[in-house]
Write a protein that binds this ligand. Structure first.
Ligand code: SF4
Length: 362
């Protein structure tokens, strides 16, 4: 068994980057241009919650049916958890995040720039044009905040580095069942993309890919879909029932396996990459596209079923689920929906539903 991968901790990466004179952006879910921030020597560090924090401070500003990502995120900001960040970036993935951005700007008023990013809900030429303009305005915000003003060649250099990291991420996913890692170790590795600088992720990913063996892992093959695999205990619960995750449709991972953009104009190239990524409820992709995408994942991976690991009150996902599941059922693909809150333990109900589902598909 090869030695485990050494994945640096988030706090360590942030300190190192700051010691070298860089700045940090705390980035909320889901889609944003990593390369644009890196060209300004700003390290994007993603904030998915975080899960294990006291969420009460944020609750008083939110409706009771707001998801735990926004609830915990707001509490984290209020309690000073993001003091280390120089920017807070809020992509408008959903109504809850849009509301979160407004609360920050209008009420909390943190002492650092809050940069919203508006993402179009389509893949037409006009959507790419709109998003290109949006990225120009993010560029201006960063430049006005004194982060410098990178030239186009510097932007292209940053883009190429992120494209290489994305390509390796794809390769890790393709080889995932041949890698000598447990599901938890695998997800720690791929989620390091949420905070590691692209060049460090590239090294880590190359090391991982080199460890791929000849024989695939055994177990009942399933696909996981949802926003983020939190609580990560779901992965152990799957293993305990003889399952193995063979493909991924999480918004934080599989739906961000971006293709490289083609344009020579850097902002447009970043826009193309995100807009033409895998279908995602939060980018307003048609449900039919998601059905086709999931059927293809099942076909390619040999999965026997799909587990939708949904965050409570996540509207974009809840709107898609009935038609998505019907589309899978029509193709003979079983699925189950289990719900979790990122700050809670995995419930008995989730364990039971998972157990029944694994029994049915084994
Ligand atoms: S979990 Fe769903 S509702 Fe919550 S921030 Fe993410 S996309 Fe929005």
């Amino acid at each position: 068994m090869p030695a485990s991968l050494e994945i640096p901790r988030r706090s360590e990466v942030i300190s190192r980057h700051k010691e070298r004179g860089g700045r940090v952006a705390a980035v909320f879910p889901i889609h944003y241009p990593r390369a644009l921030f890196r060209a300004f020597n700003v390290l994007p560090v993603e904030v998915w919650g975080p899960p294990k924090i006291e969420a009460r401070q944020g609750e008083k500003h939110l409706q009771s049916y707001t998801c735990s990502i926004v609830r915990n995120g707001l509490s984290f900001v209020i309690s000073g958890g993001l003091n280390v960040a120089d920017f807070i970036v809020v992509p408008h993935a959903c109504d809850s995040l849009q509301g979160f951005g407004s609360i920050l700007i209008d009420f909390i008023k943190p002492e650092k720039p809050v940069i919203p990013i508006y993402i179009p809900r389509g893949t037409r030429e006009s959507d790419i044009e709109f998003f290109t303009e949006e990225l120009k305005s993010v560029f201006t915000r960063l430049a006005e905040a004194g982060a410098g003003s990178p030239s186009d060649p510097e932007l292209i250099q940053a883009i190429e580095r992120e494209e290489e990291a994305d390509k390796l991420l794809q390769e890790i996913f393709q080889k995932r069942t041949h890698l000598p890692f447990s599901d938890i170790e695998f997800y720690r590795l791929v989620r390091a993309r949420e905070y590691l600088p692209g060049e460090e992720f590239i090294e880590l990913a190359r090391d991982a890919v080199d460890r791929a063996g000849d024989n695939p892992q055994s177990g009942i093959p399933i696909i996981l879909s949802g926003i983020v695999p939190e609580p990560m205990e779901i992965l152990n619960a799957i293993v305990r029932r003889g399952g193995v995750v063979v493909a991924d449709d999480f918004a934080c991972l599989g739906r961000r396996l971006y293709p490289a953009g083609k344009s020579e104009e850097p902002r447009r190239r970043m826009a193309e990459s995100i807009i033409l990524g895998p279908p995602d409820s939060t980018r307003g992709s048609p449900i039919g596209d998601r059905v086709r995408h999931l059927r293809k994942l099942v076909e390619e991976s040999g999965a026997r079923g799909v587990v939708f690991y949904n965050i409570k009150f996540c509207e974009p996902e809840l709107f898609h689920l009935p038609i998505l599941r019907k589309g899978l059922k029509d193709a003979g693909i079983p699925s189950v929906v289990v719900e979790a809150d990122i700050g809670e333990e995995l419930s008995r109900q989730v364990e039971t539903s998972l157990e029944t589902f694994m029994e049915v598909i084994k």
